[in-house]
Structures are given as structure tokens and as C-alpha cells.
Design a binder for this molecule. Structure first.
Ligand code: GLN
Ligand code: ZN
Length: 774
């Protein structure tokens, strides 16, 4: 490649799929509900794709990707393309004639959502993003088969618009490592052992794409930014040696994102693939010195991810240009891109009419990021002068952000600066606290409680919608919520639970509810981002310094506490989770943002305590999921995360009991961090793993109280009393009765009262029966 003749151009890895008004969600859900045909769905989808192709072309991208669209999930699409369809899902589509769109969609959505007879594929988080993918199931019997229909169709659709796109496929190493053993495979089956069987299928797909004119194909290998053993690195080398050996094939661009490639960089650099796409933002900035250290990739094209593809801030274009200037000397050809698919950000700031225009220009959603990418490419290819206006506007936007009162609140900063070790530690050791709490609460052994939320009924949802549209006023809404609280309290008293909750009926979402009441957070009107399938969320934007103008929960707490003589838990979302499920600021370390949120929540804890709460729960379900992808970054991360939790909770008296809750059972290496939270009681999911978590806690000599869940709230099933008893017995083998709590796995908001009532009654009966045997 000739360095002097290539004009850097702009490209992206992928674009939001949903359409400007989430047309895709409606189209897919209409199809599911039988309100539209397979053809109608496919036509809508093709229409949306065409619009995106055209829009990206109009915006000035030099190369447009295809096959990043999905009706549900791109990992599911990859499984489909490779013929990795579980037999149970094929069987689920018996009604439709094979080969028809009806049949294809029936099988596809059976994999995604399951059917009466067939469990869906498992869903899990896509790296450290809030997107969820479907986990392919592979076993020794998996017979791969190339089905390049989707990438071919999308390539052809773009061709009709006069565009030669770059199909994006999940790469073979990532596909195998993201998969799990099929139900009938040995549990220790390693999908990577299927590599030799898989590569010819990839080769066939690449050949098919080449035949119809694809010049480049992108293979995504994000698993390579995680710590991988030598076996994976050598498999990577082998895979790309194999895929580049074909005489007739498209050029290959191997893409990675979310972190630096580390040891995988020299491995990929040595392969004969024609291009690498690397992330140079956030922790992945480490790719730059690493690339320099190996002497660059002079024989390759580098697609440089210099715009953060997963956050929503206007890029510092000058800084990106500086990075690009260095990169120009390190590759045969450099093109500009966001760091990853823009799937993780909302579509367009242009529709956020409720946001202050001053603030709006700090933000860049997908559409704006495309423009930024084009601007950078133009600066490289045609000179800075050609984009002088854009650069000036960018500088002004960045300056207005750093000078704003929203991002700099003197009082908040002063308070955060004076936090001492004393503020983050409870003065009394746990045994002393436990005694004081027992004296105050006088709970029986095996105390029973719930995780916080009770069923969110239709009446509640409709009241919330009514408040939004003005159909009902605040007073009517409040009355509705209070009625719900009364019902929840009355039920818990009757069922005989020991520590009650108010049921969280006022919360639309455990993060949004608080974000709406804290300064520093912004809410969007159209900022939808795909969480999974047809589920979209609107994450709040943590834009400024955080403070709490007024108490957020004490009104509801008091209302509930006045209805009963039993203790009612105060209920808050923890600082780490408040960050994890929001877009966070990029102009200061996460640790600083966490500290500000923690201080605001600390005040709320103090208010709850003053209102009489003897038990306060601070939920941190996101603690583990925020972990950096590279293990060497874990200690620093966990240090500030646990400190923020302790800053939130350690201002209370010895006899105030702090609970926390996490939704998962496998701690792996974060158990020391969980210990570091110093919570008096922790509740966790444990039912499905049959109390494995109790064994783990015991093995680690966890010194405080724990409530491993005994009611699986993810399914409508109601556990019988003896089943709960068995689980509690299993837990008692590992944890002493005076430190074992009895509770469900998680909140009950997604369940129905008809299930929750008997399930909690059984839970209380089981605990009471067991108490008599102690
Ligand atoms: N307190 C919350 C609830 O019960 C906890 C939810 C969660 O852990 N995700 O709904
Ligand atoms: Zn939970």
C-alpha cells in the first residue's frame, strides 16, 4: 500500500438498528403478536436498512458497513449464518413450511425467545456494555453450515443504492468463545475445539461475499481485548492464517473494541489480514504505544477508532487529530472511525428539544458521531482548513462544557475533596454492630425479608402514564402509590415477614427514579438504546456535579413505616449501579463521579435513619458488571467502587443495619470486594445454583450475615414449602443460623401477585418450621 496516495476516509462499525421512532421494535412486536406477516416485517426491516445506508452515504462516510443490522441480535445472526441452530428450536417451527420466511422467522425467534416447548438461548451481557446478546450453544455434534443469506441480501440492497459496503461478521474466535456448551454436551466441552470445523464455513461465506463484489469484509474479534490464554492466541493465528490462504477472497479487516488488544496485537499484526480496526479511546488508548512498540503495521490498513463509540459526549477533535497524526506513521493506510458500533448510543441529539441548547452541543449521539468521524477524515485528507468551522464549533462546545455551572459546583467539589478515611468506614467492627442491631430489632433467627419491589401492576403503570400525559395530577398519583404501599404492607404483615419493604411502587426504574431527583443528571426524550431484542432503555446522562436538593425516599418510607410496628427497610440504589446504568462523564475519573453520587446518597441514608429506619438497603446489582475487561485493572476499579459504597453507608449508627443486594451468585474473584463493602447483611441470587453461593461464602469465611435467595423470581413457578426448607437446610450446612437470612433471589416487580402471595407464604412457613428445629 502506498502511504502517500491513500486519502483517509471515514467509516463506522455499525449503527443503531431501531429506526428514528423505534419502528423496528413495533414491527417485530406486531409480527410476534400476529398483527403483521413475515413479509411485512422483512419489508420494514429492509426499509430501515436502506435509510441508514443512504443517510451514512449522505453524511460523507467513505466506506459503509452492512450486516450490522439485526432483527434481534447480531450474535444470534452469526449462529444462524453458521448453521448453529439448536434442534429444539428447529422443531419448534413445525407449523411453517421450511424455506419460507415464516419458517425462518419462527426458528429465529424461537432461539431468541423460546416457545412453550423450547427454552430460548441464554442471554448475557455483551462485554462491559449494557447490550445483551444470545449465547450460541455448541457441542461435539454441532455441524456448521454456511448460510450467508443475510450478509448477501444486505450487500445487494446497498448495491442498488450504488454503494459497495463492507459486510461485518462476528469473527470465528469470538463466535466460539462467546458460545457455551449445548445442554446435551459435556459441561466441560470447549467450543474452541470446533475451530477446524468452523473455518471452512467462514471461508465459504467469505467466498460468497467476494463473488458478488465485496471488496472488504470485517471480522469482529472483541474477545481478544480480554485476557486470553496462549491457546486462544495461537488459535487466532491459525484461524487467520487459514482464512487468508484462499486465493480468491475479499480483503479482511479484523476489528477489536472496548479495550486494548494486548498480547493479541502482535499476533494479529503478523497475520496476512489486510486491515486492523483498533480502539484508541479510554483504556484502549494503550493500543497506541503498543502499536508503536511493534513498529506499526506498515503493510496494513488501520481503521482508527478515535471517537468513543459507546458514550455520548462531543469528541475532543483536536485530541483525536493528534492521535491520528501519530497513527499515520504507524500504518500503511489510516481511516477514521468511532471505537465500536454506534449501537450503544442513541440516534440523534437533534430531537432533544427539552435539553438546554448549551448542554445539547456537548452531546454527540450516533448521527453526530458520524459527522465527527467525517470531519476528522476530511481534516486528514483535505487539510484542517477545510474543516476549520467544525473545529472551531467543537472547541467552543468543549469550552462551554468545562466552564458550565452544571459541570462545576464549588460546594460539591469542596465536600468531595474533604472526604476522609473516617467517612468511609463504620467506627464499630461488625460483631459490635450486630449485637447493637439485634438489641434494637430483636429479630428471630432466620429472619425473613424481600429484596424491595413488589409486583408492578397495570394500575400502577397506568397511573404513571397518566401522570406523564396529565390525565391525573400529582395528588391523585400520590394517592395511588400510597394505596399500593398500604396493600404491600398489609400483605407482608399477614404473611408474617420480619423486615418489611414499601414495595417501590413509585419507581419506574431503580436508576432513573433517583437520576430524576439528583442535580447533575440529564434525561433524554428520545435517547433509546437497545438493551436486548425489542427492549430499549433510555439511560440517564450523568453530566455534571451531583447533589441532592431534597430527600428522595423518606416520604414513602414514612408512609409505610407508619402503617406497621415491624421494621421497614429504607431502599436505595447504590453509587456503582447509579453509574453503571447511565452514560457517565468523561471529563473526570469515574472514581470522582462515584464519590459525588455516594455523598448525595449518604445524605439520603442519613435522612432515612433520622426518619426512623433501623434497616437500610443499598442495592449494587451492577458491582460486578462494571468490572474492566482486563484483570489488571480490577484492583483500582474495585477500590473506588467499594469505597463509594462505604461512603454511602458508613455514616449510620451502630444499631442501624445496612443491607446490600446483588443479583448474581458467582462471585469469582470479587468476593474480597464484597467483603470490603462491610455491609451487615447481603442478599444474593442462589436458587438456581442450589446454594452454591453459601458454600462459597463459607469457604471464604465471610464474616457477616447473608441471605442467599430461596425463591427464583425469574420464573412464574411458585416454590413449595419443602423446597424452600431444603434450600435453607443446604445453606445452614455452611452458614450459622444467626447469620442466615431468608429472602427471594431478587425484587418481585416482574412477577404477579398470584405467584408472589403463595411463594412468600411458603418462604415464611419454611423459616418458621426450621426455627423450631434449631
Ligand atoms: N430493590 C430492587 C428491587 O427489588 C433491586 C433490583 C435489582 O437487584 N436489580 O427491585
Ligand atoms: Zn437483584
Amino acid at each position: 500500500m502506498n502511504r502517500t496516495t491513500h486519502r483517509p476516509s471515514a467509516t463506522v462499525h455499525g449503527y443503531p438498528r431501531q429506526g428514528p421512532d423505534r419502528e423496528l421494535k413495533r414491527a417485530v412486536e406486531d409480527f410476534w403478536a400476529g398483527r403483521s406477516s413475515a413479509d411485512q416485517l422483512l419489508t420494514t426491516a429492509a426499509d430501515l436498512r436502506r435509510k441508514v445506508f443512504q443517510q451514512l452515504a449522505d453524511a460523507g462516510l467513505g466506506e459503509i458497513p452492512s450486516n450490522h443490522f439485526s432483527l434481534y441480535d447480531h450474535v444470534l445472526d452469526a449462529a444462524w449464518m453458521l448453521g448453529a441452530v439448536p434442534p429444539r428450536h428447529l422443531a419448534a417451527a413445525q407449523d411453517a413450511r421450511p424455506g419460507t420466511p415464516e419458517h425462518t422467522l419462527a426458528v429465529y425467534f424461537a432461539m431468541a425467545r423460546g416457545t412453550e416447548q423450547a427454552e430460548p438461548l441464554e442471554m448475557t451481557k455483551w462485554f462491559d456494555t449494557n447490550y445483551h446478546y444470545l449465547v450460541p450453544e455448541l457441542g461435539p455434534d454441532t455441524a456448521f453450515r454456511a448460510d450467508p443469506g443475510k450478509p448477501l441480501t444486505e450487500l445487494a440492497e446497498a448495491k442498488l443504492l450504488g454503494l459497495t459496503t463492507r459486510p461485518v461478521l462476528l469473527g470465528p474466535i469470538s463466535f466460539l468463545l462467546l458460545a457455551k456448551p449445548a445442554p446435551d454436551a459435556p459441561a466441560d466441552f470447549q467450543p474452541l475445539t470446533l475451530l477446524d470445523r468452523l473455518l471452512p464455513v467462514y471461508a465459504e461465506i467469505l467466498d460468497a461475499l467476494h463473488t458478488v463484489g465485496a471488496e472488504w469484509v470485517q471480522l469482529d474479534e472483541p474477545v481478544l481485548v480480554q485476557d486470553q490464554p496462549p491457546a486462544v492466541l495461537s488459535a487466532t493465528a491459525r484461524a487467520y492464517r487459514d482464512l487468508t490462504s484462499a486465493t480468491r477472497r475479499p480483503k479482511l479487516l479484523v476489528a477489536s473494541y472496548f479495550d486494548a488488544l494486548g498480547d493479541a496485537l502482535p499476533v494479529l499484526a503478523r497475520t496476512r489480514v489486510e486491515g486492523l480496526a483498533l480502539d484508541f479511546t479510554g483504556p484502549a488508548a494503550a493500543n497506541l504505544p503498543a502499536l508503536a512498540a511493534i513498529g506499526g503495521v506498515p503493510d496494513k490498513r488501520l481503521v482508527a477508532g478515535v471517537i468513543d463509540g459507546r458514550n455520548i459526549w462531543t469528541t475532543d477533535l483536536e485530541q483525536s487529530l493528534a492521535t491520528l497524526a501519530t497513527l499515520l506513521g504507524l500504518a500503511g493506510q489510516v481511516d477514521v472511525a468511532p471505537s465500536c458500533s454506534l449501537l450503544h448510543v442513541p440516534l440523534d441529539t437533534g430531537r432533544e428539544h427539552d435539553l438546554d441548547p448549551q448542554v445539547l452541543r456537548w452531546l454527540a449521539f450516533a448521527r453526530q458521531k458520524v459527522d465527527e468521524t467525517v470531519t476528522l477524515a476530511r481534516a486528514l485528507s483535505d487539510g484542517r482548513d477545510t474543516v476549520a468551522a467544525q473545529l472551531a464549533a467543537n472547541r467552543a462546545a468543549r469550552a462551554s462544557r468545562s466552564a458550565s455551572a452544571l459541570t462545576f459546583d464549588r460546594e460539591v467539589r469542596a465536600r468531595a475533596a474533604t472526604v476522609t478515611a473516617q467517612d468511609t468506614h463504620r467506627p464499630q467492627p461488625y460483631p459490635e454492630r450486630a449485637a447493637a442491631q439485634q438489641a434494637r430489632l430483636n429479630l428471630p433467627p432466620l429472619p425473613t425479608t424481600t429484596i424491595g419491589s413488589f409486583p408492578q401492576t397495570d394500575a400502577l403503570r397506568s397511573a404513571r402514564a397518566g401522570l406523564r400525559t396529565g390525565r391525573i395530577d400529582h395528588a391523585a398519583y400520590r394517592t395511588r402509590i400510597e394505596a399500593e404501599i398500604s396493600e404491600v404492607i398489609a400483605f407482608q404483615e399477614k404473611a408474617g415477614l420480619d423486615v418489611l419493604v414499601h414495595g417501590e411502587p413509585e419507581r419506574n426504574d431503580m436508576v432513573q427514579y433517583f437520576a430524576e431527583q439528583l442535580t447533575g443528571y440529564l434525561a433524554t426524550r428520545h435517547g433509546w438504546v437497545q438493551s436486548y431484542g425489542t427492549r430499549y432503555v433510555r439511560p440517564p446522562i450523568l453530566a455534571g456535579d451531583v447533589s441532592r436538593p431534597a430527600s428522595m425516599t423518606t416520604h414513602w418510607y414514612r408512609y409505610a413505616a407508619d402503617l406497621t410496628h415491624r421494621p421497614v427497610k429504607g431502599m436505595l440504589t447504590g453509587p456503582v449501579t447509579m453509574l453503571a446504568w447511565s452514560f457517565v462523564r468523561d471529563d473526570q475519573p469515574l472514581a470522582d463521579t462515584a464519590r459525588q453520587v455516594a455523598l448525595a446518597l449518604r445524605d439520603e441514608v442519613a435522612d432515612l435513619e433520622a426518619a426512623g429506619a433501623a434497616v437500610i438497603q443499598v442495592d449494587e446489582p451492577a458491582l460486578r458488571e462494571t468490572l474492566p475487561l482486563r484483570r489488571d485493572a480490577h484492583p483500582d476499579h474495585l477500590a473506588w467502587a467499594t469505597e463509594a459504597f462505604r461512603l454511602t453507608t458508613s455514616g449510620v449508627r451502630a444499631d442501624t443495619q445496612i443491607h446490600t443486594h446483588m443479583c448474581y451468585a458467582e462471585f469469582g474473584d470479587i468476593l474480597p470486594a464484597i467483603d470490603d463493602l462491610d455491609a451487615d447483611v447481603i442478599s444474593l441470587e442462589a436458587t438456581r445454583s442450589r446454594m452454591a453461593v453459601a458454600t462459597e461464602l463459607a469457604a471464604a469465611r465471610y464474616p457477616r450475615a447473608a441471605g442467599p435467595g430461596v425463591y427464583d423470581i425469574h420464573a412464574p413457578r411458585v416454590p413449595g414449602t419443602s423446597e424452600v426448607t431444603d434450600l435453607l437446610r443446604a445453606a445452614l450446612d455452611h452458614l450459622p443460623a444467626d447469620r442466615l437470612w431468608v429472602n427471594p433471589d431478587c425484587g418481585l416487580k416482574t412477577r404477579h401477585w398470584a405467584e408472589v402471595r403463595p411463594a412468600l407464604e411458603h418462604l415464611v412457613t419454611a423459616a418458621r418450621d426450621l426455627r423450631t428445629t434449631l
